[in-house]
Design a protein around this ligand. Sequence first.
Ligand SMILES: O=c1[nH]c(=O)c2nc[nH]c2[nH]1
Ligand SMILES: [Zn+2]
Length: 444
Amino acid sequence: MTLYRATVMDTPRDPLAEGPDALQADADAGLLVRDGVICARGPFAAVAAAHPEEEVVDLRAGVLLPGFVDTHVHYPQLRIIGGLGRPLLDWLTTCALPEEARLADAAYAATVAREFVDGVVRAGTTTALVFGSHFPGATDALFAAAEAVGLRMTAGLVVSDRFLPDALLTTPDAALAHSTALLEKWHGRGRLRYAITPRFSLSTSDAMLDACAEVLGAREDVWFTSHLNENPTEIEEVRRLFPGAGHYLDSYDQHGLVTSRSVMAHNVHPTAHELEVLASSGAAVAHCPTSNSSLGSGLFPLAAHLDAGVRVALGTDVGAGSGFCLLKEGLQAYFVQRLLGPHGVDLGPAALLHLATRAGALALGLADEVGDLAVGKQFDAVWVRPQPGTTLDVVLRHGADATDTLAKIFTLGTPSDIAVVWVAGRAVTGPSAPVPPPLPLEAA
Ligand SMILES: O=c1[nH]c(=O)c2nc[nH]c2[nH]1
Ligand SMILES: [Zn+2]
């Protein structure tokens, strides 16, 4: 067993529903971890007194947070991060799809898979819902890389049978066969799960969506993810291609693909009826604010989602998004709501932490295991510990209180401020992730 001594912050309750007091912040906490599971939490002195024989890891020089949950990210797009200045369909054609075609090369795909998983965990993400590749071999390489590192990951083969370059297309029969094979190999293996992943309605025929429904229907515990209502031109094209669908969401819903195991990315331009269907089905929306800003997709109507009762979490949407770190997504989500003026939601630091952690766990049906640092949960955690002398290090010494400390972390934090990341109690940011000597903070 290991006893971690730290300033711990998490959001087992939802600050968006209950207000900022839902932030749980414990200044000198003890977290006892056995076999990767938190088995005691309380004031350090009390936990240490009850377990005097346990090894103590002193993390008081930083702040311990739950591992971040990224509910939407594309593995084959790692190397094209930074393609600025284009709207969605132009960006896909110019930046994303040519790179995605390169993953036909198995060696190239295996390298990108390792780079991807490494980048994700270094950014503090311990759980992710990942768009795989259009190629089965490359998607297999992604699962292998996640397993090797220990990332908690749900992912799937991306399938399409129109609109994209020929190299990225498949048939419904082949999609069914390859998805089923990958599902049988990886779903439920360790911390890995499978998600049926049609790219978006624009690139999938009704026959392809039927094939997706067949895989989804075969198993109770398989996930579904795709894109929704990201860009006005895209939405118009979907309307043209699916004349029988009432709206974009309906193009999936008509095939039984919108359920409580569905995570739909973006939804920047929803209709009221789509929000009703999302809420009543229990599907979640992955809000990807740096992607939406970069592609000029629009300002996410968070208030309308919350008012309708739709579950919302955060996604980085790399490569349209600008990096793997959920701290940056949180800050950008805050900016977007500010830009909406009176129509924006007041996203305080506690709400940002919830969106980056427990909201993602809820969206992925994993909230009994991860998302906060309560007793009984997996020890999936990040230790925010900036290098001495950096601006974040300096300002953290002058945090007025826990909320202020958290605001500073979201405002200034980057992957280089994340010193250690654990998944299920094991450090994943390096075989012997070094723990710098403690340097107490002025205020937590
Ligand atoms: O942001 C996005 N990234 C993508 O790769 C994609 N494909 C379809 N729609 C998409 N949106
Ligand atoms: Zn995406």
